[in-house]
Structure formats: structure tokens, C-alpha cells
Design a protein around this ligand. Sequence first.
Ligand SMILES: NC(=O)c1ccc[n+]([C@@H]2O[C@H](COP(=O)([O-])OP(=O)(O)OC[C@H]3O[C@@H](n4cnc5c(N)ncnc54)[C@H](O)[C@@H]3O)[C@@H](O)[C@H]2O)c1
Length: 433
Amino acid sequence: MVQKIGVIGTGYVGLVSGACFADMGNQVICVDRDTTKINRLLQADIPIYEPGLEELVRRNLKLNRLAFTSHIAEAVSASDLIFIAVGTPTLENGEVDMTQVRSAIIEITRHIHSPKIIVMKSTVPVGTGKSVENWIREELTVDAQVHVVSNPEFLREGTAIHDTFHPDRVVIGAADEAAGQRIAELHAPLQAEILLTDRESAELIKYASNAFLAAKISFINEMAHVCEKVGADVGLVAKGMGLDRRIGPHFLQAGIGYGGSCFPKDTRAQLKIAEKVDYDFQILRAVIDANQLQRQRFVDKIRLNLNGDVRGKRIAVLGLAFKPNTDDLRDAPALDIIAALQQEGAVISAYDPIATGAAAELLSDVKLHTDLYDAIQDTDAMVITTEWDEIKQMDLYKARISMNQPVLIDGRNIFDPKLMREIGFHYVSIGRM
Ligand SMILES: NC(=O)c1ccc[n+]([C@@H]2O[C@H](COP(=O)([O-])OP(=O)(O)OC[C@H]3O[C@@H](n4cnc5c(N)ncnc54)[C@H](O)[C@@H]3O)[C@@H](O)[C@H]2O)c1
């Protein structure tokens, strides 16, 4: 059955979800309050980098299954199911900033004249479903039934379309069984495992999942330090662990720690959620601290391998986005690392295949290059901060001979230490000799 869907927020989640729902044959209208974004989208000009997204949007615009507007009223009247995909950033104190969610809900409610199901895709603290119901009750002036369902999003930037069409699971938390079933039917063509729960459990599943994945990353990064001290190889340790099906191989790559728009904010939010119910979530606190330390320790490593002082040294930072195949710079480790090196007097050049444009607005006194080799030319060290394929596949001989001194500090363990030494690099990575 074709569903009439409204999506509020056309960011990394809303735009992908809207385009994918349309591609499944539904009638979708996406709203954003950012009119520049909407004007670009109306021309199929995609404001973010996400592989395959432009083609998907173009196709569904052409088939008239996908529309864009900056007027919420238009989307509310045209839809039965309204997905909320607005941002939920972190406040200074670690709590979730619910301003975007609240204002979207109030605005939607003002235009409701018929039954609706409001589906929360944004990552929100446990209890939000209930709060949203209250906000709607206070604002609603007509007699229309409105249900609120939690449907947390698990897509990964860079593989967002694949993840949407092939999810490991679809979690649907509803207080009203029929409303939950309706959202389950919408996802039925995906043939994925659908987990129907109460709303609070669904809200917590999202935070629990991200906190657990972050814990795996911090765990292997801590193991990497032990490996360095005892002369073991963290890559082999992770491989040996990952072969155990109870552990699994994912999220066990030692490096410079997690970043991005989700793990840092969601781990802090989960800590606050626990704090609010008088629980000290000790493991999570350690996960967050270890991640922060990981960035500092990487800077220490760079300094140590440049004779204890980076002042005046020219350093090429390769990779700015928080991970490959995205232009997302939110809480990207590279930005912190650059800031710390600059503070110690280093001269930074940087390269990223996609995120250089966005980085120009965030970085000062950094020479941003559109060519990888130009960024490396005449530097005293190159530092790998994002494992883009292009960086993995660089001509290392060409790179080495263009440098002032062949120091390679690999924060993502993308190269083989033995081979790097054979090429002539002073090569240092994470948790490996
Ligand atoms: N980015 C991810 O990989 C990812 C993955 C899973 C879950 N999430 C969660 O999904 C949510 C959205 O994340 P994102 O990365 O897409 O955020 P984003 O910042 O890229 O996009 C949010 C969009 O909402 C728009 N917006 C805000 N308030 C609005 C309103 N009242 N009316 C209309 N538009 C409005 C903004 O202009 C922006 O374009 C967050 O809660 C996030 O935690 C994100």
C-alpha cells in the first residue's frame, strides 16, 4: 500500500530516509526550514555527500514520488505518517538539545486537521515519546487522533542508502499497537527483522547500541596501548578476538578514536540519562574519557616522533571527515588534532577528498589542498587521520621523496609497518611495532 509520508528535516538522516521511502513507491514530501537547502534539493542538487543519493533523489523527483518544501503545513496536510529527522545536538552540559524537535512538533501540531502518526527518527532521550504526546495535547485545537511512535535510525553515513534498504533490524516502539503495526507494514518490503517494543525500550535501544559500539572502539584503543608496551600487534589481537563469534570483528580497529555526529553526543547523552535517574554509568564514563585521551595521545605520538617539538614543523594532515565516504566534520578527530598541533606551533597543510570545502569554514591558518601530493610536498611529517581509499592507495614512493623528512604517523593503521620501513619511512602507527 502506498503511504503518504512527510519527513521533517532533510539532513543526513531525513534526506536519505525520504528518498528511500519514495523509492519504495511511497508518496513523500520532505521539509526543511533551511530554504537554501530546499532550493538546492528542488534542483536535485544534494547539499551533503552521500554515495548514490543524488541518483536516488533525481529518479524519485522525476517520478513525482518525492517533493521538497520549506512549508511544514504543506507536508502535514499531504501526509498520514510524519517522520521527525531534525537534529538533536549536545548542550554544553552533555544533555540533548531538544529545541529542534520541540519546535518541529509544535509547528506540525498547529497544522493537524486529520489523524496522524508522528514517528521519531531523531535520536532522543528516553521519555521523549511521552513528552511529545503532551506537547501535542497542549497545542492541538481539533479533535484528531495523533499517535507518537519511536523508530530510531541506525544508518551509517557513507553507506546510508544500503543501510536503509538492508537494515540489521527495524525497531518500532509504540504505545498504540495499531500505530506500531502501521509503521511495521511500511517497512515490510525491506524483509528485515522488525522488533516491536514499548516506546521507552525503543528509545533506549538506540543509545545502548551506540554506547556499546563506542565501548568496543575505546576498548581496542586501550588494548593498543598495552600492545605497544609489551611489543604485541593490536591488529592481530583484534583479529583473534573478532574470530570469536561472541565478540565479532566489527568496531575493533584501533585508531584515533570515534568522532562524528552520533557516538560522541549519544554517549554523553546516555551518561546524562543515567545520571537523571541517579545512576552512575561508570563503564560509559571510561569509554568517553578513553576516547578523548586517544586524540591527545596521538598528538603526543606526533610530537615524540618529531624530536619532541612540533614548533615550526610542517605537518600534512590527511583526511578531515570523521570517517571515509562522508563530508561530515562534526566532532571529527582530525579537527581536534589540528588545533592541538597548531597550538604547539606546527604549520599545517591538509587534504580530504570531499570535506575540504566544508573544512575551510572551520579551520584557520591551515593550507587546504585539493591534491593529496601537494599537501604532502615539503612537509616534515604526514599524519593519517581518515582512512579514505584514495589515501590508502597513494603512491608512497612519490610521497616520500617529496617530503623534507619521511615521517609517517598513521592514526588509522592503514599501512603495513614492514613495507613502510622498506620504502624508507620512519613509520609509527597505533598499537603496532
Ligand atoms: N547522521 C547520522 O549518521 C545519524 C544516524 C542515526 C541517527 N541520527 C540522528 O538523526 C537525527 C538527524 O541527524 P542528521 O545528521 O540528519 O542531522 P542534520 O543536522 O544533518 O539535519 C537536521 C535537519 O533538520 C532541519 N530542521 C531542524 N529543525 C527543523 C524544523 N523545525 N523544521 C524543518 N526542518 C528542521 C535542519 O535545518 C537540518 O537540515 C539526529 O537526532 C541524529 O542523532 C543521525
